[in-house]
Ligand binder design. Structure first.
Ligand code: BTN
Length: 333
């Protein structure tokens, strides 16, 4: 069973935690706390800057982060979970840096890891988005988390999982006081007309079951300072929605708790108990959209809602039909 930061804290991690308050710390004091010389402190500062965090260095005062940062803290996340759900976790790891939390859990699952297993990271060097896209993952400002869950049922029962998980996360954000949360089928999280986050669900297993799912959630909390080149659609963050950045640890707890509650409910009853919640946040029902299919074909039509298993009810010249593939990109026309 794995719980906590993997291995002991590196000098870089200790330095970041000292600087996280946004106050000045003298080079001497930092060096002493870390057991290194001033020039080594300076080198560590360059590494922090290379992670995209801005450092102010002022003669006579020392170093500080341009904006304070709330690092992920396992105990705070755990304390925000319902005790019965926290007790079910068979693994919980937080990484300062990883390629992808989804990739990590998918590999663990293949090696037979027990579930539920939770993984968070401060940054991802190869964050995965839907349809093979990259997920921008700047250090320490957003949320990147994945939950591994094992299901006993066969494949049919798993359609609708991505909508159910999206509905659970949307409801958690709503409960945390985020206004105007929206869901764009199948599970893009929106604030007004811009993307706030998304879910990537990766499944593996036998068609007849058992299956396992890695439910990955990426949420833009505070995108200040991030390199946004390459983003191809309007985006926003929770700082814009709330007027200030929320606590990442409390937010993570709210999202994880919602997923830990949703997964067994989905296992028992499928998408049905989530349909009403999904519809409450659905921003595409009734709207004209373009569906982009994997082969390059684009079809124009109107969304009429979602079916009982979570398929998109799509009306075009050729009539009303259900579209199920998550490999479709839906653009509001
Ligand atoms: C999307 O394209 O809208 C889905 C993005 C999902 C990103 C999250 S971040 C945590 C988890 N790990 C990944 O590599 N991807 C997901």
């Amino acid at each position: 069973m794995a719980f906590g930061y993997t291995g002991s804290m590196s000098k870089q991690e200790r330095l970041l935690s000292l600087l996280s308050d946004g106050r000045f710390h003298s080079g001497a004091a930092l060096g002493e706390a870390l057991g290194i010389g001033r020039s080594a402190v300076w080198k560590q500062m360059r590494r922090i800057e290379a992670r995209g965090l801005e450092i102010h260095a002022v003669r006579g005062k020392g170093y500080r982060l341009a904006t304070p940062i709330e690092l992920l803290d396992r105990e705070v996340v755990r304390a925000g979970l319902a005790p019965s759900r926290a007790a079910r976790l068979r693994g919980f790891e937080i990484f300062q840096e990883i390629d992808s939390t989804n990739r990590y859990l998918a590999d663990l699952a293949a090696q037979g890891a027990a579930a539920p297993y939770l993984c968070l990271a401060e940054t991802q060097t190869a964050g995965r988005g839907r349809r093979g896209r990259r997920w921008l993952s700047p250090f320490g400002r957003n949320l990147y988390l994945s939950l591994l869950w094992r299901f006993e049922h066969g494949a049919d029962d798993l359609s609708g999982l991505s909508l159910a998980a999206g509905a659970a996360v949307a409801a958690a954000l709503d409960a945390a006081g985020v206004p105007d949360i929206g869901l764009k089928w199948p599970n893009d999280l929106f604030y007004r007309d811009a993307k706030l986050g998304g879910l990537l669900i990766e499944l593996s297993g036998e068609a007849s079951g058992p299956w396992c799912a890695v439910v990955g959630v990426g949420l833009n909390v505070d995108m200040r300072g991030a390199d946004l080149s390459g983003l191809d659609q309007p985006w926003t963050d929770l700082r814009a929605a709330l007027g200030r950045p929320p606590s990442r640890n409390r937010l993570a707890a709210g999202v994880v708790d919602a997923l830990l509650e949703a997964m067994p409910r989905f296992e028992r009853a499928g998408f049905a108990p989530f349909r009403e919640t999904f519809e409450r946040f659905d921003i595409v029902c009734g709207r004209e959209v373009d569906l982009h299919f994997g082969n390059g074909r684009v079809e124009h039509g109107r969304v009429r809602g979602v079916g009982e298993h979570g398929a998109l009810l799509f009306e075009s010249e050729s009539g009303l039909r259900q579209v199920t593939s998550a490999e479709i990109s839906l653009r509001i026309a």
